[in-house]
Design a protein around this ligand. Structure first.
Ligand SMILES: Cc1cc2nc3c(=O)[nH]c(=O)nc-3n(C[C@H](O)[C@H](O)[C@H](O)COP(=O)(O)OP(=O)(O)OC[C@H]3O[C@@H](n4cnc5c(N)ncnc54)[C@H](O)[C@@H]3O)c2cc1C
Length: 490
């Protein structure tokens, strides 16, 4: 029986449940297909970094499929129509795909399933892209979790003690495919530019092989890898995190493979600190599952804040402040360095994401949804569920937010997490000559010293667009007024 393997956010051969299912059912007669969906390509939050990552990952996958005896079929159009056509052309009686839990994807997949079933094609939708499927964990009351710490406890318990949660479904080396009928047409894999997305950033290398290299390097690095994750994860000046987010987002790496790497390191040692490091990193993979479950159970969070208290929050319309934030010109070096990292690399360190998000929705009182969309447009790892959950966490509007009165001070954050200014100097070369003592607050540099260094504020680097202390008071005033409203509006 011929089976279609419909690729979406699982661009890999290794440990892929939909592929493993298709292989088993068809004895290698698998037709791998990727459908370019005009509706996704036209969505306002899709950007060049993500499109480039996907297209180049597909190119690598096609090369590897050819080594296994097959090739990738690329089609363009409405997925239900394209897949029905492909099923007719190939004679496939089975369609396998890995589930996606976002609202558009779920609606699309329902349409595809109905269309294929009407053709007599059996459809298998697998749980693969998370370690815990959105319904896998339930609170004591029987509903989905809304608080991360409780979710994480249950999640970790299962991941540490139930091997079936992180089991490998297949090995890339065991993928042997029958040749694809030459009559089956395929579009060439386009470049991002051909699709209208000119990449301006230098992003993390795409593809399954790059993901495996990155994972190996992270688990093997002594001083800055997984072993020291709990110590280095917040440091902006150290490469102390995995940088795997885009690979997990697009499925060039299996989340179970990521978890297994941490579990293997943890199992090899009695060292409490190393075990703590591994569990801290596993906890990050749990965040990913948690936010995806929140979106799955509450799809409305993509449109409006989870908490009613924020539904009519008086955010400011401030186009000049917005542009300064977007372009890294706020006058706060840690905020500006972070935004330039995003604009240059399609990536930003997690601590920096929290700092710039807090600055946008608290210091500037600009709607978090503007920042949320901009992140999705710029990030190679842009993920609707995870991005939304984190933005709402910072804004204070999520199911489990940070305390509303917590407003990051960009100067002390910078001094704590980039103490020697390595991160700031990397992205703000115009400030490179500043002594460390002034790097996080250049406006404090004495005039005489500025002259000696040839630095002129305003000409070379902006003065702060807001005074943080005053902006903090303003945000607290607005937040307290909002919280004082009748309880039913909260
Ligand atoms: C405002 C804001 C927006 C964000 N938007 C995204 C996004 O669109 N896509 C995205 O993947 N991450 C997002 N994050 C989470 C986090 O910043 C990134 O996952 C992390 O910085 C990626 O770097 P890394 O791969 O080196 O992570 P590591 O520290 O090595 O963590 C390993 C993996 O765990 C997951 N992870 C880590 N932190 C989080 C988190 N807070 N929430 C959910 N999953 C997490 C990621 O898949 C990550 O690759 C956002 C965070 C904030 C504060």
């Amino acid at each position: 029986m011929t089976a279609i393997w419909w690729l979406r956010r699982d661009l890999r051969l290794d440990d892929n449940l939909a592929l493993a299912t298709a292989l088993r059912a068809s004895q290698g007669a698998v037709v791998p297909v990727f459908v370019l969906d005009p509706q996704i390509l036209a969505a306002p939050d899709v950007g060049a970094a993500r499109v480039h990552f996907v297209m180049e990952s597909l190119r690598e996958l096609d090369r590897r499929l050819r080594e296994c005896g097959a090739r990738l079929i690329v089609r363009r159009g409405q997925p239900a129509q394209e897949l029905v056509r492909l099923a007719r052309e190939s004679g496939a009686r089975l369609l396998c795909f890995n589930q996606d839990y976002e609202p558009y994807a779920r609606q699309r997949d329902r349409a595809v399933t109905a269309a294929l079933q009407a053709e007599g094609v059996h459809v298998v939708a697998c749980h693969d892209r998370l370690i815990a499927a959105p319904d896998a964990l339930r609170s004591a009351q029987g509903g989905p979790f809304t608080v991360y710490t409780a979710y994480r406890r249950h999640w970790l318990e299962r991941v540490l003690h139930d091997p079936s949660w992180t089991a490998r479904h297949n090995r890339a080396g065991d993928v042997h495919l029958r040749p694809i009928d030459p009559a089956l047409a395929s579009l060439p894999i386009p470049t991002a530019a051909e699709l209208g997305f000119a990449l301006q950033q230098t992003i993390v290398p795409p593809g399954e092989e790059a993901a495996q290299r990155l994972l190996r390097s992270f688990t093997q690095r002594e001083a800055t890898g997984l072993r020291r994750y709990h110590r280095n994860r917040n440091r902006l000046d150290i490469e102390g995190t995995s940088r795997l987010a885009a690979h997990l987002r697009h499925g060039t790496l299996s989340p179970r493979a990521a978890a297994r790497a941490a579990l293997a390191l943890r199992a090899r040692s009695e060292d409490a600190e190393l075990r703590h490091a591994c569990e801290a990193w596993l906890g990050e993979l749990a965040w990913r599952d948690f936010y995806t479950a929140v979106l799955y159970h509450h799809p409305q969070v993509l449109e409006r804040p989870y908490r009613a208290l924020f539904h009519d929050f008086p955010y400011r319309d401030a186009p000049d402040d917005w542009r300064a934030w977007q372009t890294g010109q706020t006058g706060y070096p840690i905020v500006d360095a972070a935004m330039r990292q995003l604009n240059q690399e399609g990536f930003m360190h997690n601590r920096a994401r929290m700092i710039v998000a807090s600055f946008l929705c608290k210091d500037l009182l600009i709607d978090y949804r503007q920042g949320e969309r901009y992140f999705l447009q710029q990030l190679a790892c842009g993920d609707a569920a995870v991005n939304n959950g984190n933005w709402q966490w910072v804004a204070g509007s999520s199911s489990d937010p940070q305390p509303y009165f917590r407003i990051f001070n960009p100067v002390t954050q910078g001094r704590t997490y980039d103490p020697n200014g390595v991160y700031i100097r990397r992205y703000l070369p115009e400030l490179a000559a500043l002594p460390d003592a002034y790097l996080h607050a250049p406006w404090e540099l004495p005039e005489r010293e500025a002259q000696r260094l040839g630095l002129r504020l305003e000409r070379d680097y902006p003065r702060p667009i807001v005074d943080h202390a005053a902006a903090r008071e303003r945000a607290l005033r607005v937040l307290r007024a909002q919280r004082a409203r009748p309880h039913d509006q909260q």
